[in-house]
Design a protein around this ligand. Structure first.
Ligand code: AKG
Ligand code: FE2
Length: 284
């Protein structure tokens, strides 16, 4: 990890199994190239970084995100009307389905999956609406040597079709929030265990939302092992549950973490602004 002693901000690991709080930083004004470098290393180490009380306009949000890479405009999410680089992750009081309400990592269906997202809370319910994160280094490290060895030789097939395509289950619940179903044509194959592009550490890279099967295995053969891995990866000791307030930011790395948006605030409104950053091809 970069030496942050000379930096004006502090990186404090959460009391859980993943993530760190970054204190003493204003993302609108303090992103020197040294700070960006230190935060990128911290992201690679902690999988997700949390910031509080960031008073960013949408333009400042875009400016901050662009310091970390090129923006990837998600093709399925609706956008903030005035800023089409920002995806709108919203649930209205009369809606029941939320976006991201099960364990997943974003964009694993792409050949070159997005690096991560900077999610900024704009409006939060008075209670509920937390997001859980899970640590995919810990998920891998805590497996037996025997299973690690098996997984290191495998690749898995991921897809967007069954989630965002015209025949995706539960589509109606997302009317007006998800679109471009005809563009859900991505399939991608990635190693089941990747070397993380920033940290070089091994991370488990399968997820229940988008992984279909192991390459060269049938779905039936793949399912029991995938299920076991999903249960293992989401064990409480690998996770942290983040409580939002307007101005909170979670900046997560898709290659090292999963997330899960808890859907327990029916009747209230929750609005988040998401900027996603381009990533790179993933190697074993
Ligand atoms: O709303 C949230 O907390 C996260 C939603 C989600 O899965 C995402 O924005 O990728
Ligand atoms: Fe997500």
């Amino acid at each position: 990890m970069a030496d942050t002693a000379a930096q004006p901000f502090k990186i404090e690991p959460t009391p859980g199994g993943v993530g760190a709080f970054v204190q003493g930083i204003d993302l609108a004004n303090d992103l020197s190239s040294n700070t960006v470098g230190a935060l990128r290393q911290a992201l690679g180490d902690h999988c997700v970084l949390f910031f509080r009380d960031q008073k960013l306009t949408p333009d400042q949000h875009i400016e901050a995100a662009e310091k970390f890479g090129e923006i990837n405009v998600n093709r399925f999410f609706s956008r903030v009307p005035t800023h089409d680089k920002i995806a709108l992750v919203v649930k209205e009081p009369d809606q029941t389905a939320n976006i991201g309400g099960a364990w997943h990592t974003d964009h694993s269906y792409d050949q070159i999956p997005a690096m991560g997202s900077m999610l900024l809370a704009r409006q939060t319910p008075t209670r509920g609406g937390d997001t859980l994160f899970a640590n995919m280094y810990a998920a891998y490290d805590s497996l037996s040597d025997g299973l690690k060895q098996t997984l290191n030789g495998l690749r898995a097939v991921h897809s967007s079709r069954h989630r965002f395509g015209p025949n995706a289950q539960g589509r109606e619940g997302y009317k007006g929030r998800l679109g471009n179903a005809e563009l859900a044509q991505q399939d991608a194959v990635h190693p089941v265990v990747i070397s993380h592009p920033i940290s070089g550490r091994k991370a488990l890279y399968v997820n229940d939302a988008f992984t279909l099967q192991f390459e060269g295995w049938t779905k039936e053969e793949s399912e029991p092992l995938l299920k076991m891995l999903y249960a293992h990866a989401s064990r409480p000791e690998h996770t942290y549950r983040f409580q939002w307030a307007p101005g909170s930011i979670a900046f997560w790395d898709n290659r090292a973490s999963w997330h899960y948006a808890v859907n327990d605030y029916h009747g209230a409104r929750r609005e988040m602004h998401r900027i996603t950053l381009e990533g790179e091809a993933l190697d074993a």
